[in-house]
Write a protein that binds this ligand. Structure first.
Ligand code: UDX
Ligand code: UDX
Length: 456
């Protein structure tokens, strides 16, 4: 039996440890976090994050071999392996502000581990970190004058929110980066053995530490780049008569390109893509690779442009003024099947609509609480939050679909149309609605990357 501690009980730490606990019943897994409210929610529910399938895994493992606690220090000594999955936001201050990763939580955690250990430990980087962080952490951990040894291993997590349990159960690959020393190799073997409980060996890839750290940044950068690429083409489609879904289909049938991640929309969001690309940009600048930095920065610029373009098109379509008009925002989460709104494109879109003096009504099946906190600075006179999409659309001049929730496809749009101001507009920012049907009902329909279907 091994004791595994995970520091950080967020979107990554919680689900990952639950799945490890499920497949490794002989190991004791403790998940610790400074946030008492979060830990209480993991202990007795409702769970602090919405993730399909997570409840069942927690039911099976909690209090069997999966435990939650706020006592980080008290659980360090007993642990053989310590996963660290504390957050690493973009720095908002000082050198590298707006680009570099803020590593203060990681460093504090490393010091806690150092100061509360008297036996050897494997420390696993689960958070996405800048290349060479493991090396810095190694220095901190080893800065004690005894023979207690800490081996730092990089094991980035590739789960996507909304499909986290599936991604953890059947990962495309598990990446483990370790040092090229006897102890480094032993630590890697130990992690490989853990994952081999349920992941086929050929999907477990071992590399050196830096390749592992960089591969994680690169994976997110590539995925985000695909979204920005198709979004850039959506602008060309709107200017010509091409249809972005038809272009994406034709592109994706080339097996070298592949069909995934080619949905045009209002841009990517989430806690990772922008942060990780900024990290990559900062790293490139640090090493004097200005051209490489500018190349990746373009992916973020395109994403910002796409959000502005969306609001600009709404403005132009609605007779160049949004002042005093009511816009029903359908979906605030950064993607479907999650309550997460971190860096959601809906935040920018709503702020821009409010700048134009529109009244905004937000509806979302899971993310309303987070939406309220994300827009807490807005005067409540100008924004309302409605669980019921029919109530949200009542009296509205336009609907803007910002999250591709399947629920929005099931709504009775005849009923919605009757309750709206005329002319009624729908801006389908995710191309998920039946646009011809909406047009037949009477809506003026504006998809992304296609010609509008308009009666006006
Ligand atoms: C993850 C990764 O860890 C991050 O690197 C990745 O790139 C984004 O996603 P995530 O699980 O989504 O983070 O973050 P979050 O849900 O914010 O969880 C982090 C947890 O760490 C929080 O619950 C926070 O309370 C906890 N924490 C943070 C600590 O326990 N100690 C600290 O010092 C800081
Ligand atoms: C991402 C990575 O997929 C995952 O491997 C990594 O561990 C964390 O970052 P996540 O941010 O949870 O996961 O969601 P993802 O499904 O990648 O979507 C990110 C954003 O891109 C969302 O806002 C989504 O709506 C958008 N997107 C995705 C598109 O606009 N079009 C697409 O075709 C795909």
């Amino acid at each position: 039996m091994k004791t595994i501690l995970c520091i950080g009980a967020g979107y990554v730490g919680g689900p990952t440890m639950a799945v490890i606990a499920k497949h490794c019943p002989e190991h004791r897994i403790v998940v610790a976090d400074v946030n008492e409210e979060r830990i209480q929610a993991w202990k007795s529910g409702p769970l602090p994050i919405y993730e399909p399938g997570l409840d069942a895994v927690i039911q099976e493992t909690r209090d069997r071999n999966l435990f939650f606690t706020t006592d980080i220090c008290g659980n360090i000594e007993a642990a053989d392996i310590i996963f660290v999955s504390v957050n690493t936001p973009t720095k908002t201050f000082g050198h590298g502000a707006g680009r570099a990763a803020d590593l203060q939580y990681w460093e504090k955690t490393a010091r806690l581990i150092r100061d509360n250990s008297s036996s050897d430990k494997i420390v696993v980087e689960k958070s996405t970190l800048p290349v060479k962080t493991a090396e810095a952490m190694h220095c901190i951990l080893e800065s004690r004058n005894d023979d207690c040894h800490f081996e730092v291993v990089s094991n980035p997590e590739f789960l996507a929110e909304g499909t986290a349990i599936h991604d953890l159960e059947e990962p495309d690959r598990v990446l483990i980066g370790g040092g090229d020393t006897e102890r480094g190799r032993a630590a890697v073997r130990e992690l490989v053995a853990l994952y081999e409980h349920w992941v086929p060996s050929e999907r477990i890839v071992t590399t050196n530490v830096w390749s592992s750290e960089l591969s994680k940044l690169a994976s997110n950068a590539f995925l985000a780049q695909r979204v920005s690429s198709i979004n850039s083409l959506s602008a060309v489609c709107e200017a010509t008569d091409a249809d972005v879904d038809e272009v994406a289909r034709a592109l994706g049938m080339d097996h070298r390109i592949g069909s995934k991640f080619l949905n045009a929309g209002i841009g990517f969001g989430g806690s990772c893509f922008k942060k990780d690309i900024l990290n990559l940009v900062y790293l490139c600048e640090y090493y004097g690779l200005q051209e490489v930095a500018r190349y990746w920065e373009g992916v973020i610029q395109m994403n910002e442009y796409q959000k502005q373009r969306f609001v600009g098109r709404m403005m132009r379509t609605m007779f160049n003024t949004l002042a005093d008009k009511t816009i029903a925002v359908f979906g605030f989460a950064f993607k479907a099947q999650t309550s997460d709104t971190r860096d959601s494109p809906a935040i920018t879109v709503c702020r821009e609509l409010l700048e134009e003096k529109a009244r905004v009504v937000v509806t979302d099946p899971q993310a309303l609480d987070n939406a309220k906190s994300a827009l807490s600075e807005v005067d409540p006179e100008n924004i309302t939050f409605e669980q019921d999409p029919y109530a949200a659309a009542e009296g509205a001049h336009a609907i803007a679909v910002l999250t591709p929730w399947p629920e929005f496809q099931e709504l009775d749009y005849e009923k919605i149309y009757r309750a709206m101001q005329k002319p009624a507009f729908i801006f389908d920012g995710r191309n998920v609605l039946d646009q011809n049907q909406l047009y037949r009902i009477g809506f003026n329909v504006y998809p992304v990357g296609k010609q509008p279907l308009s009666h006006v």
